[in-house]
Design a protein around this ligand. Structure first.
Ligand code: HEC
Ligand code: HEC
Length: 246
């Protein structure tokens, strides 16, 4: 009994020595008041990305979705940063504190591995998942009106779209649209599965159209120079046919 008590005390003291108490879910005024010490410059995002790859990717995934094998091993899935709910508070300071002191449910503290100054770069990088850099289609979408598909869905349109798709998309997304091509080994992000009806950047025809035109900040290239608007809409219709087949 005494021995068990000793272990508990020792662990708590060590815990304190390496940062604070684990963050409790909810808002925390003291953390919220912390000022982000790093401007979200390109250099800061690069540093943040490197740290993220080293320490966070196993649980939170390269695309920030939190969809990893770790989901099965943890009681609570790793947080997604794409549509973040920020359970522990949405301010930069609160995000900083979760990374530094840890949270509940398997989010460990990183205060003994990553110095404070660098944790701020991680905060900036996490934000970029939900706020892609300029030029990304998702960034363009709220400003740009989401266009309406002017070409009705028809077997003819699907057949045309298929031709263009086979020419320029197939190398990464595969003819079946599942994205399970060899290109996966060469890209930082796996080509999306276009058949699962899950759309990271929005599910309307107009969202798909803008992604094809403008690309994303990860390896989805812009195709506006290769495909004019009309061809792009046919490709959108073809993508719809892939989803329907499932
Ligand atoms: C062992 C797996 C694991 C690793 C590694 C990990 N996390 Fe987490 N993280 C989690 C889990 C699980 C949660 C969800 C905790 C909860 O909901 O209570 C989480 C939650 C978070 C949150 C809170 C999000 C919110 O909704 O408020 C942030 C921020 C975060 N992680 C950042 C990071 C960063 C940055 C790294 C790398 C330095 C990292 N995590 C590494 C498992 C992990
Ligand atoms: C060089 C490889 C490559 C080529 C070629 C390519 N893609 Fe992609 N595509 C990707 C990658 C990687 C992603 C995931 C990007 C991300 O998560 O930001 C993606 C994502 C997408 C998405 C977003 C899916 C979502 O969940 O919102 C759509 C739509 C898409 N591609 C359609 C196409 C179409 C149509 C073409 C042909 C005109 C094409 N892609 C050509 C690599 C490629």
């Amino acid at each position: 009994m005494k021995f068990a008590l000793y272990i508990v005390t020792a662990c708590c003291i060590t815990g304190l020595a390496f940062g604070g108490e684990p963050r409790q879910p909810g808002a925390d005024a003291a953390s919220a008041a912390l000022k982000n010490a790093a401007e979200a410059s390109e250099a800061s995002l690069k540093q943040g990305q490197a740290l993220y790859k080293q320490y966070c990717i196993t649980c939170h995934a390269a695309d920030g979705s939190g969809k990893t094998d770790m989901t099965e091993m943890l009681d609570v899935p790793p947080a997604s940063f794409i549509e973040p709910k920020w359970k522990y508070g949405a301010s930069d300071g609160e995000i900083f504190s979760v990374i530094k002191d840890g949270g509940q449910n398997g989010m460990q503290p990183f205060s003994d591995k990553i110095p404070d100054a660098r944790i701020w770069n991680l905060v900036n990088y996490l934000r970029s998942f939900s706020k892609p850099v300029d030029g990304g289609a998702a960034a363009a979408a709220p400003k740009e009106e989401i266009p309406k598909n002017p070409i009705a869905y028809s077997p003819e349109s699907v057949a045309l779209g298929k031709q263009y798709y086979a020419r320029v998309c197939v190398v990464c997304h595969g003819m079946n649209g599942k994205g399970d091509t060899e290109m996966r080994e060469f890209l930082s992000t796996h080509p999306s599965d276009l058949t699962d009806s899950e759309w990271k950047y929005g599910s309307e025809d107009g969202h798909l159209f803008l992604i094809i035109k403008n690309g994303t900040e990860y390896d989805m290239k812009p195709f506006k120079d290769l495909l004019d608007d009309e061809k792009t809409w046919h490709v959108v219709n073809y993508m719809r046919s892939l989803g329907k087949k499932k």
